[in-house]
Design a protein around this ligand. Structure first.
Ligand code: BES
Ligand code: ZN
Ligand code: ZN
Length: 498
């Protein structure tokens, strides 16, 4: 689907050639192809094009009648005035994908500008990510009868690069990350009647068949034996059993161990504290944290890093009302023995995560734990759809995550934790209650989880605002974004270096 070539653009015979051009001061950096440069000059003269970021024009060059081999479409994309960074190349990639989608072109070649100050592998990595993520479509349940549906989809992208070996390294990183994000988006796009807790288990088993990963899927009887009272309570109202999927990547060496935990709530109706109807269908996305951590394991399985072990745990269930559902006021006992008074059955994510965190910390003794969850509506109120909420007991881990998010175009914003928030969770009948009062809802949710991780450096990412409807960008489609996959992968890739 994506490859690096040294074929000169002038010799390319596919469907479309794409030139990325920088706007340097008021002019455009000179393009190596004279006829393309002439066309750019004309477009500038007409006033239609200035090379501003995201600007595009497509034209159909004359083809020599005796030699019909030449490319039939040329797309020029502006990169703006600023020195390009990783995000700019990703966005350019996304613009390529969305423009190509509107044409019949299937095979394209991309020519990146040479003078950018960025290393070739970084450029290619980000371009590849942008094109592949922008090209993402989920059409499984479309029967193909809607004429409005765009059917275009790039089949092959070749990137022209001078330093082939370096570019190939970057392309591989971009391809692995984009494949993982696409897999996370696929899981999230699946409706809750097709993506159940069992499917998380099956996905984990599939990963272990394909890659050097170990999987264990705990079923309802295992979960009962382990006394995971949170996961069982949330599952009580559902007709389908819970699972807990554990995927391990081991180097066999004495290296740092990172534990990832993702909320796998396949549908959150709210339970007895039922949600209002509007927008409830979006609660099929309440498993995006779980999807993201398993997708990261796919990427880890492909990359086989030798500098750290990575373990992912996904507790999965639906949250449904019903005669046997958990009720407000019920007291439950989590893995490890802590008791919780369930005040609101809609604050269920923290209940299933509490068991997974307590179990994961005890069993694997990790050096760091990161959980990812669509946990609170309050984070959307506070940060909108533009930043993931981050809470952490460890400044170094928080900084690493913020840096990784920034490199990926997935910004994080840190919120505090502290005893004043934890105090809001005091219960009169149990060790804790599962909600605070109406204030600081994102932080009290984090403070609840904190009670289950002991002293291990831990970070919590509340992705309720970013897992779908994330900041509109050329490479982020409507629907699930796959947020967190690239940030966590980047964190793992850079772990030893920081
Ligand atoms: N899954 C929701 C959080 C959510 C809300 C995610 C909106 C994405 C968009 C979570 O389980 C929930 O319902 N949280 C409650 C907590 C409250 C009862 C303290 C919420 O945020 O309203
Ligand atoms: Zn809920
Ligand atoms: Zn939920």
């Amino acid at each position: 689907m994506i490859k690096i070539v040294k074929t000169k653009p002038a010799e390319y015979t596919g469907d479309m050639l794409v030139y990325l051009v920088r706007q340097i001061k008021k002019t455009i950096s000179k393009c190596d192809n004279r006829s393309v440069q002439e066309m750019i000059d004309r477009a500038i003269e007409s006033g239609d094009f200035s090379g501003k970021e995201g600007q595009t024009f497509l034209y159909y060059p004359e083809v020599d009648p005796d030699n019909k081999k030449g490319v039939r479409r040329i797309l020029v994309i502006g990169m703006g005035k600023e020195d390009p960074d990783r995000e700019l190349f990703r966005k350019a990639g996304g613009t390529i994908a969305s423009t190509v989608k509107k044409t019949k072109a299937l095979n394209i070649m991309v020519v990146a500008p040479e003078t950018t100050g960025m290393a070739a592998d970084d450029i290619v990595e980000c371009l590849a990510e942008g094109v592949l993520l922008g090209n993402y479509q989920f059409k499984k349940y479309k029967t193909g009868n809607d004429p409005e549906d765009e059917d275009g989809c790039i089949k092959e992208v070749v990137i022209f690069a001078q330093d082939e070996a370096l570019a190939k390294k970057g392309m591989k990183r971009g391809r692995i990350a984009s494949d993982a994000v696409s897999v996370a988006r696929d899981m999230a796009n699946e409706p809750a009647n097709f993506w159940t807790p069992t499917d998380f288990g099956e996905f984990g088993k599939e990963l272990a068949r394909k890659y050097p990963l170990k999987v264990k899927v705990l079923g309802k009887s295992d979960i009962t034996k382990l006394k995971m009272g949170g996961l069982l309570a949330v599952n009580q109202g559902s007709a389908i059993p819970p699972t807990m999927t554990i995927v391990e990547y081991r180097t066999g060496k004495k290296v740092p161990k990172i534990l990832l935990v993702g909320k796998g709530l396949t549908f959150d109706s709210g339970g007895i504290s039922i949600k209002s109807g509007s927008g409830m269908h979006e609660m099929k996305y309440d498993m995006c944290g779980g999807a993201a951590v398993l997708a990261v394991m796919q990427a880890i399985g492909e990359e086989r890093p030798n500098h750290c072990d990575v373990i992912a745990i996904v507790p999965a269930t639906e949250n449904m009302p019903g005669p046997s559902a958990v009720k407000p006021g019920d007291v439950i006992t989590h893995y490890g023995g802590k008791t919780v008074e369930v005040i609101n059955t809609d604050a269920e994510g923290r209940l299933i995560l509490a068991d997974a965190l307590a179990y994961g910390v005890e069993k694997f003794k990790p050096d760091a734990v990161i959980d990812l969850a669509t946990l609170t509506g309050a984070v959307v109120v506070g940060l909108g759809h533009h930043r993931t909420g981050l809470m952490s007991t460890d400044d170094r881990l928080a900084e690493k995550l913020i840096a990784a998010g920034a490199r990926c175009g997935e910004p994080l914003w840190r919120l505090p934790l502290g005893p004043e928030y934890t105090k809001q969770l005091k219960s009169t009948v149990a060790d804790l209650k599962n909600i605070g009062n109406r204030t600081g809802g994102t932080i009290t949710a984090g403070a609840f989880l904190q009670e289950f991780v002991g002293d291990v450096p831990w970070a919590h990412l509340d992705i309720a605002g970013t897992a779908w409807d994330f900041t509109e960008k050329s490479y982020i489609p409507k629907g699930p974004s796959g947020v967190g996959v690239r940030t966590l992968l980047e964190l793992v890739r850079h772990w030893k270096r920081s």
